[in-house]
Design a protein around this ligand. Structure first.
Ligand SMILES: [Zn+2]
Length: 137
């Protein structure tokens, strides 16, 4: 995805501070870093102003969001084009750091519908005593 297309999609708004900027003050930030296998497609990139990108530096996104509550709020409110699996990975990393309690709350509304198979695997089968189970007698 081209830089300018990303800026237009995001309304020239930085996902970390929520401010609107001129294109030359904006940069493209990868949610899943390129060195970790992230690509440049629309579901992995967000618009960030130079100030926020500098503040984030080389930190992992979850570390930056853990240390910056305002950026955390803005990111989960504004980064609605990011793939749910990336949002979930970031939210779960924040949960592991004890920053958030319920990571699912942060990806509400962007989670794909659960398939019948997923639900079936989640529901515990009821205990059906065996005929030769002495406790069933
Ligand atoms: Zn910013």
């Amino acid at each position: 995805m081209k830089r300018t297309d990303i800026f237009v999609r995001d309304g020239y708004r930085c996902v970390y501070c929520g401010g609107v900027f001129e294109p030359d003050e904006l940069s493209v930030d990868h949610v899943q870093p390129k060195m970790r296998g992230g690509d440049g497609s629309g579901g992995n990139v967000v618009t960030a102003c130079r100030g926020c990108n500098t503040a984030k530096g080389g930190q992992r996104l979850a570390h930056y969001l853990a240390a910056t509550p305002e950026a955390r709020r803005n990111f989960f409110a504004l980064a609605r084009h990011v793939w749910p699996r990336h949002l979930r990975a970031v939210a779960e990393e924040l949960a592991r750091q004890g920053v958030v309690d319920r990571p699912a709350d942060f990806v509400e509304g962007v989670q794909p519908p659960r398939s019948a198979e997923t639900i079936a695997n989640t529901v515990r089968p009821e205990h059906t005593p065996h005929a030769d189970d002495p406790s069933a007698a």
